[in-house]
Design a protein around this ligand. Structure first.
Ligand code: PLP
Length: 454
């Protein structure tokens, strides 16, 4: 059966972010079922899903309460929308819950989407609509960062800071400036301290704002920790510095919490970990543990009132999706957030982060391991050709792909981002399971290193 499925897959599909010709040769790894932090392929082989799917399955792969929540909502009202005066209970209750979790007077309103990309598309429109309403239509430019990942639609993809992606799709399609990636290990200059690095980035941001004119800069968007870019942690003082610039020049501060939201860093949101207070927050992924597609934008009364006034006088905020606030997705999100709360999964992340980070950081002693970095329950191991000079491998991504393949053989799923290996296990992970993840990662690295040398 699985062979015929594999043949059908190769014959009929184009997979996201997949080298299609290589895929034709190898075929898919077909996943069949899940159980806690484990998934099983169609041959019955077990894997630890140490990336939580796509950084998103907080409650693990077999949470029956989410199944019941979906079934009950399917039975009662399988679909409705919230356009033009309509609403429904799960959407209302979820908005209330999100505002409660955000626990910040700046974040009192919610707008729903189907995905993280759509949430970030939505904020572009929200901010532009607001500035049009306030009579400053020239305030349109976004500040983002190189290596940022904000999604892949035309708008969100413009905010994303991946040069190859921009080249391939003629982006950016909106006015955006990408600032230096705040990763000290890679972008700190020789001899520069971390504090000096932070200062340099803040000066760069301010120069950019002044050069373009503050009256043209609408918002700054950033992931509290840049995940898909390679789990890149901001240097000390970076976020408070960026927040101060945003306040000084009346620039909205957007936290993309699509990965960091709902406990990944051991706090409900990443902005709480790094001590800043955004005007807008985008979420998705862990909001439903990815059992259903759902995204959301949180924002406050200043934006709401400008949009509401403009909608009233000139025309409604003409934006939204058929699936915005889908009743089944919002019902599943509510139950998922209840589980996170009842089982204190955010507390679990906070409790286990030292064990997770300390044990993984010991891998830095292995050859070719340049940097091990992380916070909460997200971590990355960057492999380099030369540890002393941090020189990358001459063919970027080859070693990372090899490590991922060896990972599959060893029953460990993680993500290779170039030659960086990212880990982000479900938040239900236990101490023993962390030990097992680290042991398997050690094995994977040892086997990978042996092949580099061979
Ligand atoms: N923002 C961040 C920080 C992400 O990591 C992602 C996806 O990985 C997105 C946005 C896009 O979300 P989606 O894939 O649901 O469109």
């Amino acid at each position: 059966l699985s062979n015929s499925l594999a043949t059908m897959d190769v014959a009929t599909s184009l997979h996201p972010y997949t080298d299609a010709r290589a895929f034709e040769a190898t075929g898919p790894l077909i996943m069949d079922r899940g159980d806690g932090i484990y998934v099983y392929d169609s041959s019955g082989k077990q894997y630890i899903e140490a990336l939580a799917g796509l950084w998103s399955v907080a409650v693990g792969f077999s949470e029956k309460r989410l199944l019941s929540a979906a079934m009950q909502q399917m039975e009662k009202l399988p679909y409705y929308h919230i356009f033009a005066g309509k609403s429904h209970e799960p959407s209302i209750r979820l908005s209330d819950k999100l505002v409660e979790i955000a626990d910040d007077q700046r974040l009192s309103r919610v707008f729903y989407t189907n995905s993280g990309s759509e949430a970030n598309d939505t904020i572009i429109k929200l901010v532009w609509f607001m500035n049009n309403a306030l009579g400053r239509p020239q305030k349109k430019t976004f500040l983002a960062r190189n290596k940022a990942y904000h999604g892949i639609t035309i708008g969100a993809g413009s905010l994303t800071g991946l040069p190859n992606n921009h080249r391939d799709f003629d982006l950016p399609a909106i006015p955006v400036v990408h600032l230096t990636c705040p990763h000290y290990y890679r972008f700190g200059i020789d001899g520069e301290s971390e504090a000096e690095f932070t200062q340099r980035l803040l000066v760069e941001a301010e120069h950019t704002i002044l050069q373009k004119g503050p009256e043209t800069i609408a918002a700054f968007i950033g992931e509290p920790v840049m995940a898909a870019g390679g789990v890149l942690l901001p240097p000390e003082g970076y976020w408070p510095g960026i927040e101060a610039l945003c306040r000084k020049y009346d620039i909205l501060l957007v936290a993309d919490e699509v990965i960091t939201g709902f406990g990944r860093l051991g706090t409900s949101f990443g902005y709480k970990k790094f001590g800043f207070s955004p005007d807008i927050v985008t979420v998705s992924k862990q909001i439903t543990s990815s059992y259903m597609p759902l995204g959301a934008v949180l924002f406050g009364e200043r934006i709401y009132n400008a949009v509401a006034d403009n909608s009233h006088k000139i025309g409604t905020f003409g934006h939204g999706y058929t699936g915005s606030a889908h009743p089944v997705a919002t019902a599943v999100a509510l139950e998922n957030l209840k589980i996170i709360e009842e089982r204190d999964l955010i507390g679990n992340a906070a409790k286990l982060q030292d064990q997770f980070q300390d044990r993984l950081s010991q891998l830095a002693e292995l050859p070719f391991v340049g940097e091990v970095r992380g916070v909460g329950l997200i971590c990355a191991v960057e492999l380099v050709a030369d540890k002393a000079s941090k020189r990358p491998f001459s063919k970027p991504g080859r070693v990372g792909t090899l490590a991922m393949q060896i990972g599959h053989e060893q029953g460990l799923i993680f993500r290779s981002i170039g030659d960086t290996l990212a880990l982000c296990p479900p938040l239900i992970v236990t101490e023993d399971q962390i030990s097992e993840i680290v042991a398997r990662m050690h094995r994977v690295l040892t086997l990978t290193v042996a092949q580099i040398k061979a």
